[in-house]
Design a protein around this ligand. Structure first.
Ligand SMILES: [Zn+2]
Ligand SMILES: [Zn+2]
Length: 339
């Protein structure tokens, strides 16, 4: 059988796997230009010494000499905090049959290092732990404002992933509503829970731990798997083993294991696919639904190796040319590069 169509349980979305179109891992390897990146760029707002080039600082985590991680407001925000809008205004606007609302929300930048040429795969574990601690701190702070209904933390690594600055950074965007994509995932997860009295991801985790076919890496508290119905090649998901619906539920003790699993899979991707462009996204319950039993927060890491083409756009259904079992096997066998 050269083609199989799989359904993603939480979303009910379908993905076509066409192994005839399969390419071996090396076909996906990126050919990087040999651009040399220096550890300081005078015009870079995120570099050490250029702190006055960024908007308001929201959090700083210090290192031995200078800061290690800084969180600042995004200079070019996709959404803006309430203060810039008038209190008591009507944020809904109706024009004929159309509805629009003002772009209220939060948009922050997590500067992962003071060095321009740093990279998550090259940082030591204690530094990445600080980055994830900053994510957690900002997630909790932003969630404490009831205006913010969805908080998304994400990273765009490389041009194809949508980054505009080389300096290592990630972002946080909070919106005052829950978009349909997330609402649908929540709905299907809740429906599964109603049917089986179990969290769908807890069932997936139990099965993946038993089958081990798509398991890439596991430690005491987390596991990384190649997603069963992944829409793109090498799509990795990291789950907490214990049921947690919201990223804010991770404890200080969980941070080390989460850091280790993140770094392991990112290093393996780096080694196998020659530092591919990728995104990662922390997918968590909307703030006002945290603590529920049906949604299980997780981190998705889709490398940017393929492009959505006509069929994908026309049908909403994806064609993937490599099976997740093959991706998991290749990543499992990939030695962790040493820097
Ligand atoms: Zn820089
Ligand atoms: Zn669960």
């Amino acid at each position: 059988m050269s083609s199989i169509i799989r359904q993603d349980l939480p979303t009910k979305d379908w993905t076509i796997f066409s192994v005839k179109r399969a390419a071996r891992p090396r076909d996906y390897k990126e050919i990087k230009d040999n651009k040399v990146i220096k550890n300081y760029e005078p015009g870079c707002p995120f570099c050490l010494g250029n702190e006055d080039m960024t908007p308001e600082e929201l959090l700083v985590i210090n290192g031995e000499k200078d800061w290690s991680v800084r969180v600042v407001k995004n200079k070019y925000p996709a959404v803006e905090s309430m203060e810039v809008f008038k209190v008591g205004y009507d944020r809904r606007h109706i024009e004929g049959p159309y509805l629009s609302i003002d772009g209220v929300g939060e948009h922050e930048v997590i500067i992962e290092s003071s060095w321009h040429d740093d990279n998550l795969v090259k940082m030591d574990v204690s530094h990445i732990k600080k980055v994830i601690r900053a994510y957690r701190k900002r997630f909790i702070d932003i969630s404490s404002n009831p205006e913010n209904q969805l908080v998304v933390i994400f990273k765009n690594h490389g041009r194809r992933a949508g980054t505009s600055l080389d300096h290592p950074h990630s972002q946080l965007v909070a919106t005052p509503f829950v978009p349909g994509y997330i609402r649908n995932k929540m709905f299907e997860s809740q429906r599964y829970c109603d049917d089986f009295i179990r969290c769908v991801c807890c069932d997936i985790i139990d099965y993946e731990m038993k089958s081990r076919e798509r398991l890439i890496h596991v430690n005491d508290k987390y596991l990384a798997v190649a997603l069963y119905a992944s829409v793109v090649p090498y799509n990795i998901v990291i789950y907490p083993k214990k049921h947690q619906s919201c990223f804010a539920e991770i404890s200080e003790e969980d941070l080390l294991d989460l850091t280790r699993v993140m770094q392991t899979v990112l290093k393996k991707l780096y080694g196998l696919l020659n530092d591919p462009d990728y995104n990662f996204v922390i997918d968590s319950s909307p703030v006002d639904q945290s603590g529920n039993r049906h949604y299980h927060w997780h981190i998705e890491i889709p490398p940017r190796l393929s492009t959505r083409a006509g069929f994908e756009i026309g049908s909403g259904m994806n064609i993937n040319s490599i099976l997740p079992e093959t991706c998991a096997e290749n990543l499992k066998n990939q030695k962790i590069p040493v820097f």
